[in-house]
Design a protein around this ligand. Structure first.
Ligand SMILES: Cc1cc2nc3c(=O)[nH]c(=O)nc-3n(C[C@H](O)[C@H](O)[C@H](O)COP(=O)(O)O)c2cc1C
Length: 217
């Protein structure tokens, strides 16, 4: 079995964390790199990640797991690290300029024509989504790509993880002032090591058969 196949088979959604175990910093750095290096349409990188690595930070995030989301509270509070993956609500000109400037600084453009081509191409896609009124939906999709990268990286690094849509976005807005910053929370991912009593650690994986999922063109 390859390292990848092994990680795909063994990664699972952790339901209970060992609160006494902390992720080593070099592992955390690799997980954050998986987020940062995730691909996005026209390199828009329309996301922001809030990282909690201490009790106070995790308690702030856990405010979004009150009431009907209480089943996720311990997964936030007992994990080693918790990340809120946010999507940008809009992609205004000054933000697009900052992305272009970064690409320039990173040496992406051989000349002015290449830079202008990239600027125009990206602006065209953004304008298309602005006309369709679905910029926020588009940026959320990109943010879910980052989630996928994070979960796979965790699996490869032997880190347990929990992706969570079960939270109150309004509570996160209120706690972190997300709206004023132009962000909406997409998903929360807890990271750490599972507790001995995690029922989900020993359950077999269940997936639809290949014949249902794949067909040939
Ligand atoms: C976007 C997303 C949201 C999810 N939300 C939750 C959640 O709120 N709480 C939870 O315990 N699991 C959550 N899950 C875990 C799924 O139930 C799980 O991925 C699925 O059952 C497949 O199992 P596996 O991850 O163990 O392979 C979520 C998964 C994804 C991808």
């Amino acid at each position: 079995m390859t390292e990848l196949t092994d990680a795909l088979r063994h990664r699972y959604t952790c339901k209970a964390y060992d609160a006494s175990r902390r992720l080593p910093d070099p592992i955390v750095q690799q997980l954050l790199a998986a987020l940062r290096y995730s691909p996005s349409s026209v390199n828009s990188q329309p996301w922001h990640f809030i990282v909690a690595d201490n009790a106070e930070g995790k308690e702030r995030i856990a405010k979004a797991t009150a009431g009907s989301y209480a089943y996720n509270a311990a997964k936030v509070l007992n994990a080693s690290h918790v990340i809120v993956l946010c999507a940008r609500n809009e992609l205004p000109d000054d933000y697009l300029q900052a992305v272009l400037d970064q690409e320039q600084a990173d040496g992406r453009f051989a000349d002015e024509a290449a830079r202008e081509g990239q600027r125009k191409g990206r602006a065209g896609y953004v304008a298309q989504h602005e006309s369709a009124g679905d910029v926020a939906e588009w940026t959320q999709k990109q943010t879910y790509i980052a989630q996928g990268f994070l979960l796979l990286a965790a699996g490869l690094l032997g880190v347990d993880a929990t992706p969570m849509e079960g939270f109150d976005p309004a509570a996160l807005d209120a706690e972190f002032g997300l709206k004023e910053k132009g962000f909406s929370p997409a998903v929360i991912v807890s990271l750490g090591y599972h507790a001995d009593g995690d029922f989900n650690a020993t359950l077999p994986k269940s997936r639809l058969p290949e014949a249902v999922l794949f067909s040939r063109a």
